[in-house]
Design a protein around this ligand. Structure first.
Ligand SMILES: [Zn+2]
Ligand SMILES: [Zn+2]
Length: 327
């Protein structure tokens, strides 16, 4: 990981150059940081908002000065998944900020179709939170929550906190959270009904007791930790749903109960709202109309020069909410 000077990017056909205002550090960035970036040598950062500073040939509907948030997925538009609008499953999916240079920089080049317009009543900070918020929305949509359903969320980081917000919006009944970091426990208490610490509490027994001895209808696994994955499948009630959206850190053994309890385990990966519809648009709409309160997710702003010391190293400790880099 290093900071270096690179030439200012130029917009080619179908592209725009965005001046980055804020770019969030994601849990997936931390996985790359921990493992080393290998041969990638890319500029990371896929959760960013900014202003358009130049447009390439053939770009219509966008002009210099427009405020935007970038949907980082780049898809082929032609494969079997793309033709069914499952862009997040595209056979040649790429992410700005992972396979392509991203938002931990002053300027970024993106395809025009990756842009979403940010209205004047939405701040750059709120817009930079749209990407993790869209991940959470995609997962809640896949859970098919019915009004009154009891919900458990493993993990009280930014994704878990946004899952709670969307679960509430979808009509969830009681929301339970399992989290070990004191900082995140305090944040989760503002959104959840019951917050437990698996290092002190028997999470499975206590949540089962508080859901009429049945377990919750829906469980969201947002940590990627092995123990939480197993607990998710052990905890869900008969016929319940488990949504896996934390990036798994390793392979997990499937508990026996999954079989006879007829539990449905569903993966939820990213979002698929390119071309102006779907999760990003819904997030921007809900923020703009005040139906989702982004302040439920604590944020800290840092400058680009401190991205390692105050960014990645702090984010690893889980004692911060979302860290936003201001280039
Ligand atoms: Zn992310
Ligand atoms: Zn495709």
């Amino acid at each position: 990981m290093m900071i270096r000077s690179v030439p200012e990017p130029r917009a080619r056909e179908g592209e725009v150059v965005v001046k980055v205002r804020m770019c969030g550090i994601c849990g997936s960035d931390l996985l790359f940081y921990e493992k080393g970036f290998g041969s990638l040598h890319r500029i990371m950062g896929h959760e960013f908002s900014g202003d358009i500073v130049s447009t390439g040939e053939g770009v219509e509907g966008w002009k210099v000065g427009d405020r935007v948030v970038i949907e980082p997925t780049q898809m082929c538009g032609k494969c079997a998944y793309c033709v069914k609008h499952h862009y997040n499953l595209c056979s040649s999916l790429k992410f700005t900020g992972i396979e392509m240079d991203g938002g931990f920089a002053e300027f970024v080049t993106v395809r025009a179709y990756q842009l979403h317009r940010v209205s004047d009543n939405v701040t750059y900070e709120e817009a930079a939170l749209v990407e993790p918020m869209a991940v959470a929305l995609h997962a809640v949509k896949r859970a098919g929550i019915n009004p009154g359903d009891s919900v458990t969320v493993f993990g009280g980081g930014p994704i878990g906190l946004f899952v709670m917000q969307w679960a509430r919006a979808a009509g969830a009944g009681r929301i339970f959270v399992s989290e070990i970091s004191e900082f995140r426990i305090a944040a989760a208490r503002k959104s959840a009904d019951v917050v437990l610490n698996p290092e002190q509490d028997d999470v499975v027994r206590m949540i089962t007791d508080q859901t009429d001895g049945l377990g919750p209808d829906v469980v969201f696994e947002c940590t990627g930790a092995n123990a939480a994955e197993v607990q998710s499948m052990t905890l869900a009630r008969k016929g319940g749903r488990v949504i896996i959206l934390g990036v798994p850190h390793q392979e997990t053994k499937v508990p026996f109960g999954l079989f006879f309890k007829e539990i449905t385990v569903t993966g939820a990966f990213a979002y698929a709202s390119l071309l102006g519809s779907g999760e990003f648009a819904t997030c921007l709409d809900f923020i703009g109309t005040g139906r989702i309160d982004t302040s439920m997710v604590p944020t800290t702003g840092i400058s680009l020069e401190h991205i390692v010391s105050k960014g990645f190293e702090c984010a690893m400790s889980s004692e911060k909410g979302k860290i936003l880099v201001l280039p």
